[in-house]
Design a protein around this ligand. Structure first.
Ligand SMILES: [Zn+2]
Length: 287
């Protein structure tokens, strides 16, 4: 599943291509996504000029005229493909999971512009589109979610208040979108490794210094991942066809059985699957 850095790369790719462009036509093949596409979906988008594409957490936000917004969430397997009309075979995949060709099945929504079109493909249909009317409703839509790691609100006081009286595992907390938005399985493992904290540690045993480490490392690791174009798992690429390269910086994720990368540590990276999610950590330096 794409996490904040990958969705940010998709946002940059989309913004570069569709900003200030007018939607000519919308083709809906399947309305039954995680949230059913509204009946007036076509009408709301057609003949509208895209103002810009922004993002909150893992949500892409297409800004339409007159204070209207179209949210796209890629879910588990959603991908966006861009195809230029005139250049035969020219296409780019803008999303986390990539295929070298446009898939034959599951192309649920097409948004057609003058010289190109974008296709939303999603085999598992956990992704969705949602139309939001007005900025205040947009704000309300995300009100239940925690701040992004970069937000100044994600600080030590916030952290301490949030965990007070709770007794969960620290990794469960970090991937809880109500606590902090945009971090999933990959980056949670990386953040905890750099912070030298065992993912299974109960939060009642997490001290103030460790909270500060998590805050600091969440910001720096996600920023670094964005700067490196995200992580290319199964060939994630941006609109220019470039792969992300953060996967080569992984310290623990998908490194099961390999030596710990921390200098002077002789530990081995182990993988534990808890509730269908893989957690990677060093058996020696993460206490
Ligand atoms: Zn280690």
């Amino acid at each position: 599943m794409p996490e904040l850095p990958e969705v940010e790369i998709v946002r940059q790719s989309l913004d570069k291509n569709i900003k200030h462009k007018k939607v000519q036509k919308v083709i809906v093949r399947n309305r039954n996504l995680r949230i059913k596409l509204p009946n007036n979906f076509k009408k709301i988008l057609e003949n509208k000029k895209i103002d810009k594409v922004s993002r909150f957490s893992k949500y892409l936000i297409i800004h339409l005229p007159k204070d209207e917004f179209c949210i796209i969430h890629l879910g588990m397997s959603g991908t966006i493909h861009l195809i230029k009309h005139k250049k035969k075979n020219y296409l780019t995949n803008l999303s986390f999971y990539n295929l070298p060709v446009v898939p034959k099945k599951h192309n649920h929504v097409e948004i057609v512009f003058n010289k190109f079109k974008i296709i939303y493909n999603d085999p598992r249909r956990f992704g969705f589109f949602q139309i939001i009317k007005s900025s205040s409703n947009l704000k309300k839509r995300f009100a239940h979610l925690g701040p992004e790691p970069f937000n100044i609100r994600f600080n030590l006081n916030y952290f301490k208040n949030f965990i007070r009286g709770k007794n969960r595992k620290i990794k469960d907390l970090i991937i809880d979108q109500n606590f902090v938005s945009g971090i999933g399985n990959i980056y949670a493992s990386e953040i905890l490794f750099v912070s030298k904290i065992n993912p299974n540690k109960k939060i009642k045993f997490i001290n103030e210094k460790e909270c500060s480490q998590i805050i600091k490392n969440s910001k720096s690791i996600l920023l670094k991942a964005i700067n490196k174009g995200g992580s290319s798992i199964r060939d994630f690429k941006n609109a220019d066809g470039f792969k992300g390269s953060f996967q080569s910086s992984f310290k623990v994720y998908q490194r099961e059985g390999l030596n710990c990368k921390r200098k002077s540590c002789e530990g081995i990276i182990i993988k534990k699957v808890i509730a269908n999610r893989s957690t990677f950590f060093c058996n020696s330096c993460q206490n």
